[in-house]
Design a protein around this ligand. Structure first.
Ligand SMILES: Cc1cc2nc3c(=O)[nH]c(=O)nc-3n(C[C@H](O)[C@H](O)[C@H](O)COP(=O)(O)OP(=O)(O)OC[C@H]3O[C@@H](n4cnc5c(N)ncnc54)[C@H](O)[C@@H]3O)c2cc1C
Length: 374
């Protein structure tokens, strides 16, 4: 087999799919080459929170404006993709409620969120009214109205289905083993033969190191395993996500509650452990005690593609013109997918991209995955 593309995207998770969508929409001829089923990597394990406010500990730096841009792009993409494909990403309003149990927590969160008009304080009566069955130990909460959620596997399907309808090729079960620079183009050695492309984007999530290291960018990405449980909600519907100490409960349209997630670094296994699930349950019960009595639906684990400085790698290789990287989105790949897709599209199309984003996400700034815990 010998095929060719203007742009070949290696990896069909939410990041590769969003890149394909923005490129196809801008008129580029793009193919996604995916080793397995599209969306079957970290993407299908995610809860789907678009947590620009709940996830970060500083709001002046580049990641926050990038995340806010991505939240806004979701609004537009969701409606465009629904009109084009009929797919509903299940992007739901209601936002996210970060629960507060102690005065100390309240004080530190208040100073963290003091400059943000998007974050509102709810006292105990307000939050208790909003969330039926909430733990009596909750003293108040911060409401982040913009931190809505989507259903990740459907969002991913929306992006790649729309990309396909706009002319992109989506090639499942096509693993890329090697990327070779030849004069004026790249040759990709895949499990289905050779593929020629003018430009290549590596978007292989936590599995990106093997391709990155061969281009001289080292091994900057490592896995952080997350274990989750789904239960059927048997009490009044939850209209927002609940969040505390990086654990969460996210409601789905089908009345399931997604409860997650542990953080086990350098663990490549995708089977949940009983100990991990027990931790998740204890954290959930602290927020919503009734979850203990809800019917169990399933459990699973996924791997977050982590980098040592907590930021993704997004940009062009410094020495290999036409080779782009978009990987290492850790806990926020669902949130950051539209902004990443658009940024890669803008770089390839030679459109303007904010200099601070280019600098913050520079792909050669990390060379190893030595342990620094973010
Ligand atoms: C438990 C859990 C909960 C999470 N919750 C959230 C959340 O609420 N909000 C949020 O924003 N993020 C969340 N995340 C993080 C999010 O899931 C990831 O950041 C995101 O899915 C990364 O997307 P990706 O496309 O880079 O990777 P993936 O989805 O893993 O896609 C990479 C793809 O590349 C393919 N691939 C790998 N190697 C090759 C190759 N050589 N050739 C071809 N294809 C290849 C893989 O098969 C895979 O399909 C969560 C993650 C976990 C594990």
């Amino acid at each position: 087999m010998k095929n060719s593309s203007e742009v070949a995207v290696v990896g069909g998770g939410i990041i590769g799919s969003a890149i394909a969508y923005y490129l196809a929409k801008a008129g580029h001829q793009v193919d996604v080459l995916e080793a397995g089923q599209v969306g079957s990597g970290s993407t299908q394990a995610a809860a789907g929170m678009l947590g620009a406010h709940s996830e970060f500990k500083e709001f002046g730096a580049s990641l926050y404006p990038f995340a806010r841009t991505s939240q806004k792009l979701y609004e537009e993409a969701e409606s465009d993709i629904r009109s084009l494909t009929g797919i509903d990403m299940e992007r739901r309003s209601g936002g996210l409620i970060q629960l507060i149990f102690t005065e100390e927590e309240k004080k530190s969160m208040r100073s963290l969120f003091s400059s943000l008009k998007e974050v509102a304080w709810f006292d105990n009566p307000t939050v208790t009214k909003k969330v039926p069955g909430l733990s009596k130990a909750v003293s108040g909460a911060f409401h982040m109205v913009e931190d809505v959620h989507v259903k990740p596997e459907i969002a991913c399907r929306g992006f790649h289905t729309a990309a396909r309808m706009l002319g992109a090729g989506i090639n499942a079960f096509t693993r890329v083993d090697e990327i070779v620079k030849e004069s004026g183009h790249y040759l990709l050695r895949t499990s289905k033969g050779e593929w020629r492309a003018d430009r290549v984007v590596i978007a292989s999530g936590v599995w990106s190191n093997s391709l990155l290291s061969r281009t001289g960018l080292g091994t900057p990405i490592f896995p952080v395993k997350g274990e989750c449980i789904a239960v059927t909600n048997t009490q009044a519907p939850l209209t927002c996500s609940l969040f505390h100490d990086q654990y969460y409960i996210v409601p789905r349209n089908n009345n399931e509650l997604i409860i997650g997630a542990t953080r086990v670094k350098h663990d490549w296994s995708t089977q949940p452990t009983l100990g991990g699930l027990q931790t998740v349950m204890e954290k959930a019960k602290k927020m919503l005690p009734e979850v203990d009595k809800m019917p169990f639906v399933r459990s699973w684990a996924g791997l977050r593609p982590q980098t040592t400085d907590g930021k993704p790698l997004i940009g062009e290789h410094p020495e290999m013109e036409g080779l782009y990287i978009a990987a290492g989105h850790q806990r926020n790949g669902i949130l950051l997918a539209p902004a990443t897709g658009k940024m890669i599209c803008d770089l390839i199309s030679k459109n303007t991209v904010p200099e601070e984003w280019k600098e913050a996400f520079r792909v050669d700034r990390l060379q190893t995955c030595e342990e620094i815990w973010i």
